[in-house]
Design a protein around this ligand. Structure first.
Ligand SMILES: Cc1ncc(COP(=O)(O)O)c(C=O)c1O
Length: 376
């Protein structure tokens, strides 16, 4: 028998979250604006949910955005015919023919990527996203260099190598109340008068700033594309609003079972290092889930888990294959009972992440290959 741990991926929840985002976008749209289009961000194997689940759950998205050419090929092999955006573009000259073969849209964020496009022969022009650094200081052309890069791409368009050019940036702190003001001011100044659609918003910007964006920034006559990721999986990118407040549902439920229950007397330590010492006689459950499954090793005593629809708490150190939980308030719990580490019937991945000093993005993408995925 395999270990009882399993990550259940709910494809209907993926679809519902996408529908919620689309509904929000259509609500805030102003007179005369073209309806925004949505890239579902599915990098890192769809934030740990798998490209296969994303293919089903995000069927209504206008495109998939990712960065691994192997994942793009998988999406095409599954039958994804709509656009695929490569968020970091080509990593090497040899990626250009692959982009051509799979009909991929390439982000251009570096001068060498322009050179590769110029050098590599293409039978059909590629769509490209030109990326500007508006303050993240990670990828993208500086606003002052952006027009030159755009003109190079226009030259490549005249040479039959480039079809559509879309303007793109990525926000560093869109979760803040003033999250898009300064970067959008830089972006708008740099793209003023240049033809092309725009693509700027991640989950936080989409959820927190779409109304302001539609009113203040989006010009008429262009298509605005959004790039939500975490919210489509049911995670909240906003510190003050949880996923349920935002109308989002967890798409991944990580479940396991109690594989042992023991009585621990007051004063006895539990687990490696005895970092937890029982303050009273306690009933302690052992769950088949550890850091080798992707459960965060830094989750401290007190991190919630779900047992029988209510919360119990983790105690002591997370080990490679097991955690221990306090069953004091669960006298009915038995070996074999289901334990929800996060998702339906347990805490959200956001809650567990907060306890462990990380973000749900890390938890979802860290579930290891030894954990079987089940799709519903
Ligand atoms: C360029 C880009 N766009 C969009 C996203 C989606 O971000 P989020 O998951 O916060 O919505 C990411 C993810 O980090 C990204 O790197």
């Amino acid at each position: 028998m395999p270990r009882p741990i399993c990550a259940t991926i709910n494809c209907a929840a993926l679809s519902e979250n996408l529908a919620s985002v689309k509904q929000l976008l259509s609500r805030v749209q102003t007179e005369g604006q073209t309806p925004p289009k949505t890239w579902a961000v599915v990098k890192a194997d769809a934030y740990g949910h798998t490209i296969e689940a994303a293919f089903v759950g995000f069927a209504a998205a206008d495109g998939l955005a990712l960065l691994d050419f192997e994942e793009a090929a998988r999406a095409r092999q599954l039958g994804w015919v709509k656009p695929i955006l490569m968020l970091e573009g080509a990593f090497d000259r040899s990626d250009i023919p692959v982009a051509q073969a799979f009909g991929l849209t390439l982000v251009i964020h570096e001068a060498r990527q322009l050179a590769w496009l110029a050098e590599v022969p293409l039978s059909e022009p590629l769509n490209v996203y030109l990326k500007m650094n508006t303050g993240m200081h990670r990828l993208g052309f500086e606003p002052g260099d952006y027009r030159d890069a755009f003109e190079s791409l226009q030259g490549l368009a005249r040479a039959g190598k480039v079809h559509e050019i879309t303007h793109m940036t990525h926000f560093a702190y869109a979760e803040r109340a003033d999250g898009i003001e300064a970067p959008m001011a830089r972006f708008v100044e740099a793209v003023e008068g240049l033809p092309g659609n725009w693509c700027v918003s991640n989950s936080a910007a989409t959820l927190a700033h779409s109304a302001a964006f539609a009113l203040r920034w989006a010009p008429a006559g262009i298509t605005v594309w959004v790039r939500p990721g975490i919210c489509l999986y049911g995670g909240s990118p906003l510190a003050k609003q949880n996923a349920a407040d935002l109308g989002l549902r967890s798409a991944m439920t990580l479940r396991s079972e109690l594989i042992s229950i023991r009585q621990v007397r007051a004063g006895e330590g539990v687990g490696y290092g005895h970092t937890f010492v029982a303050p009273k006689d306690m009933r302690v459950g052992v769950v088949a889930c550890g850091y080798a499954d992707g459960y965060p090793r830094h989750a401290p005593t007190g991190t919630p888990v779900g047992i029988d629809g209510t919360h119990a708490t983790l105690i002591g150190r997370v080990s490679m294959d097991m955690i221990t939980v306090d069953l004091s308030d669960h006298p009915q719990a038995q070996v074999g009972d289901v334990v929800v580490l996060w998702g339906d019937g347990g805490p959200t991945a956001d809650e567990v992440a907060r306890c462990a000093g990380t973000i749900s993005y890390e938890l979802l993408t860290a579930v290891t290959p030894r954990v079987p995925r089940r799709f519903i």
